[in-house]
Design a protein around this ligand. Sequence first.
Ligand SMILES: Cc1cc2nc3c(=O)[nH]c(=O)nc-3n(C[C@H](O)[C@H](O)[C@H](O)COP(=O)(O)OP(=O)(O)OC[C@H]3O[C@@H](n4cnc5c(N)ncnc54)[C@H](O)[C@@H]3O)c2cc1C
Length: 428
Amino acid sequence: MPRIAIIGAGPIGLEAALLARQLGHEVQVFEKGRVAENILDWGHIRLFSPFGMNSSEWGRGALARVFGRGALPREDELLTGLELAERYLIPMSQLVELEGRIHEQSQVRSINRRHFLKTAGIGSTARGAEPFQLLIEHRTDERVHLADVVLDCSGTYPHHNWVGDGGQPCVGERQTLTDAHYRLPVICEPEFGDRNVLVIGSGFSAATSVVALANLAKRHPHTKVMWLAKSQSGQGIAAGPITRVPNDPLIERDQLAAKANELAVVGHISRASSPESKANPVVWFADVAVASMTPTQTGHDVDGFHVELDWSVSQRLATDGENLPSRITVDRIIANVGYRPDRTIYEELHVHECYATQGPIKLAAKLLGESSSDCLAQASHGADVLKNPEPNFFILGSKSYGRNSNFLLRVGHQQIREVFEMLKGGKS
Ligand SMILES: Cc1cc2nc3c(=O)[nH]c(=O)nc-3n(C[C@H](O)[C@H](O)[C@H](O)COP(=O)(O)OP(=O)(O)OC[C@H]3O[C@@H](n4cnc5c(N)ncnc54)[C@H](O)[C@@H]3O)c2cc1C
């Protein structure tokens, strides 16, 4: 049986480890933080997909055998990230099958083929016959772990995209924002109540932040939200920034999109009297880029930000352009601009990536060919698209989608099944 190393004890790494054990494989999981680290980071957010879609049949089966079916969430339950971790993922990590196999606080820094430089043995059987070497950092120690198969399930969160035009950092961004600005914060009174908050981003994460801030504004009416988000391609301003899925089966997702769009459209800047409009807590700056940002300080403490806006994009789109401010001052910034894969760990391996999404090329090509923007419509594309030029190295889970944010856990479970089928057939 091959020795399998799994990078990441998120939902996909854990499910893969459990199935590997059930099939009798030798497996070790390396996790840079805690089990379910990333999901716990946004634990206050409710998942759109129900528990039945967020869990595998082999995972539910194994937990039911130990704790009884009644201990599991109902398959139609909509759990928060914290609930998914506490009621499913953490208990799974404690199953006897995985005992002693999950190494927390163990970050994989690099993977290579033993004795082979990146430039050596390209496509040769000699290269493929050598084990992988994983450089593992555990607190202040480092060690090397050998494996025959590596499953990179290290996700994309929290390796964030950038705020600036075209996806590069705007002037001052790298000095002004910290990693925390790109996460999904708990929208609470002490931090955000009665503040001017700038939310940047055009996806569901930004919509989540905006709607939560608008709810906070009901109790703290001086809370103001300035939302920088693109209008939908080919749609007018009246459609709002968030794309709704026709007849969306995920009701919570559709309600969030509808609410966020309503707040945005009512507060669209050219219709609002000013960014301080009393009527709506949200002001929507459609199709504007951030040119630069700088912190404002009282003593040593950052207490706000000056942000320069570039309206040239919306002028190109011929948006109504009156009363448009070129500079705003805000108390808080939330940059929900998406996440991207950390590719540094497999730099010494042969991985053919898509130049647009940075996912593995065969899968990326399939995904780029899909027309639906609905992540529920995503299906797995078979074992072949998961193969890399480097035999026995697989990228699974959200990282396999690169910068494409449509990944669903349900697809990840299918990927796991397919990889183990392939390993059984010896065609990797
Ligand atoms: C706010 C939000 C809501 C979402 N809602 C849904 C939803 O409703 N339904 C759905 O199907 N999907 C949803 N997703 C998408 C996706 O399913 C999740 O992002 C999910 O967490 C992906 O699982 P994963 O195991 O691939 O990666 P992650 O959960 O990101 O896990 C990766 C793990 O790898 C670890 N790691 C990273 N680098 C290293 C390293 N070098 N060495 C060791 N360990 C490492 C991390 O610490 C982490 O524990 C949502 C995503 C977000 C951000």
